[in-house]
Design a protein around this ligand. Sequence first.
Ligand code: UTP
Length: 300
Amino acid sequence: MAKIKTAIFPVGGLGTRFLPATKAMPKEMLPVVDKPLIQYAVEEAAEAGIEQFIFVTGRGKSAIEDHFDHSFELEYALRAHSKDEALEVTRAMMRTPGSVSYVRQQEPAGLGHAVWCARHLIQDEPVAVLLADDLINTGDAPGCLSQMVNTYDSEGVRGGNMVALMEVERSQTQSYGMISPGEERYIEESRLIEVKGLVEKPPPQEAPSRLAVVGRYIIEPGVFKELAAQERGAGGEVQLTDSLAKRVGQAPFQGLVFKGSRYDCGSKIGFLTANIAHALERPELSESLREWLRGQMASS
Ligand code: UTP
């Protein structure tokens, strides 16, 4: 099986849709129940076999670096009070020394710019890109990136580009990169769709399909060559979608319709529903939350 060893986590965005919460705190540190979004993404990557974790940060994002480092005062206090479980929670999330790197995106010029900022930290091989604000819950099934990695070495995919796909309403196409689908096939129950074109945030009447790209990618080195041009696209930003689109026909390109639920935690409604859905799965919370929700429904 192809081994994807490196993942890039672009966390340099401003998170303006979450102001004022994100004025002094990174959007990626917003918690879903009790875990920050970025930790869900890192855990998903680790489960998929990722060994090198590259964060593309920006000003005001130092909380992310602290989160993945030791907190000696906290650990000392937890040990002193015999809070062993809490101590284990803080320790279990530490990664192997030397496996986490940070590079600063000096201005939030777009996702394509953020990914390009990581170019000197990677080898000449395919890498994964995970957007933490797209929270993907796959329950007991493998995580979204694992599902992608598991099919990445198949005929017609190997060495190329892969994106995670989901179907959206036509009215929503302006919020996503949308694909032109080609041939469709199944590999071990995974639905793979050839990507014949990609367009960022098209209006509904111009969208080539209802298949939207969500924040999980495996990209090959050719994408970085395209990114080097740093051409501005939709919204005046350097879009990853535009460089991916240029690779159609140059390298294999497939979309995987992942199994699971995706929450757009960059939006308020996505963040709220993610919290409720995840809390309902937690044994210590679900009963009282259900009771409260029932009460709300009855009184509305
Ligand atoms: P978004 O498109 O959600 O943008 O980024 P944003 O700036 O974070 O949020 P809003 O729209 O202002 O509310 C998706 C992911 O890409 C990263 C973000 O940090 C987020 O994880 N990103 C975006 C960057 O790292 N750099 C950028 O220049 C833009």
